[in-house]
Design a protein around this ligand. Sequence first.
Ligand code: FAD
Length: 473
Amino acid sequence: METYDVLVIGGGPGGYVAAIRAAQLGFSVACVDAFTRDGKPSLGGTCLNIGCIPSKALLDSSEKFELLEREFADHGITVEGAKIDLARMLGRKAGVVDKLTGGVAYLFKKNKIKSYHGYGKLTRQDGDGWVIQIGFEGEASSEIKAKHVIVATGSNPRALPLAPFGGNVVENSGALEFSEVPKRLGVIGAGVIGVELGSVWRRLGAQVTVLEALPGFLLPADPAVSREALKQFQKQGLDFHFSVNITEVKDNGTSVSVTYTEKDQSVTAEFDKLIVSIGRVPNTSGLGSGNVGLELDERGFVKIDAHYRTNLANVYAVGDVVGGAMLAHKAEDEGVAVAELIAGQAGHVNYDVIPWVIYTSPEIAWAGLTEQAAKEKGLNVKTGQFPFSANGRALGHGDPRGFIKVVADADTDRVLGVHMVGPNVSELIAEAVTLMEFGGSAEDLGRTVHAHPTLSEALKEAAMGVGKMAIHM
Ligand code: FAD
């Protein structure tokens, strides 16, 4: 039986990064992953195959079309007869995915990581290791042994019991593959994925209706950021309905009808396609958790301690399957940390400053505490805010929507949180995260020289605003 120091189950951002870091630290490493794309193994998990990467590729393509159609004229550029070649757009997206998933396979080879394709199932302990069965249900399987096992099996989309996936009712992977632009698109769930995918198809011409059970959207964001984003999305034509209760979903083959109650009225809407994006559930199927007594919490997430240890000796877990922020970069950093902990080092993730980004237009990004959350913690808070409408670069771009808000501790001036809505904030948030990681103050940020003219000056000015020193407003 092949034997390894470390076996990683799952080849997504949590798993493949853990495998590479473990190999760098001198362990013999294998990774087993079940993901299959177009009939072939494809490393990279949800994120690279059907999540972060393909959704951003389509967001970028559709954004280019929208700019061409609606915004270039302001710059004095008119283009007539712009058309969408959807097959080519989807082909480009597939090419980006191929490059990155192939890149993970290359990194595995480079780091001498053995890659297995199939489900990895914990079967039994044998001496100082675990025996793992590898294969697909109903097919021949093999066994390998590993001293340490890292579970990184990710998550799956949550289905709405009234509207099981299939036909015209799709989850995220289906929503990245429509062969034509739906005329009427329904989206159930106004979370990050619903708003991003709704934006893609709206830009390409769909009439998009978003149905949300909660009274508002993007709830973890600062309320002022959410309000501004909602205003912009509505201006673009996304039709939001909040506080709705879905009562019936009927797929009749050519369209889907959704009945819901809104303000005590029953409404039925017809859509060509319906995306259901109401959250994600941990994926522990095929793992053999029941066989070996791997402890899960009441929602099905693998239970871990602060060092990613499960209740089983030498079995660890990271990424979406352990819960918390279901984000690729959180999974990756946990992957690094767990490999270092297994090596006896001090692996660590700072959960206080995990950046969140929503890749809509305008983009939304934040890290750290909102003003409200800081006050609820009993902290004395002061804030600074700066609009992109007063930033020269944003005006030059032709995109002065949104603002940046800095939340700082009024007693120490330490930055507690930064909240952004506007152009390129997905990139700007990194500066704020670095500052917070080092415990920096609003004054540190405000007195750091920023190139002119850049969007980053809006962050500097927001930080200066904390001390009532903003120059340009
Ligand atoms: P996954 O990426 O889900 O990987 C788990 C892997 O394990 C999969 O390949 C799965 O097939 C495999 N597996 C499962 N069980 C077994 C088993 N028993 N044996 C072997 N293999 C198994 N996050 C961001 O940070 N930024 C974004 O922009 C972003 N956009 C997203 C867009 C969409 C549409 C979606 C759906 C998600 C997005 N996410 C984004 C979330 C991100 O994809 C996840 O947080 C991330 O993939 C989690 O990584 P992971 O390694 O924990 O799990």
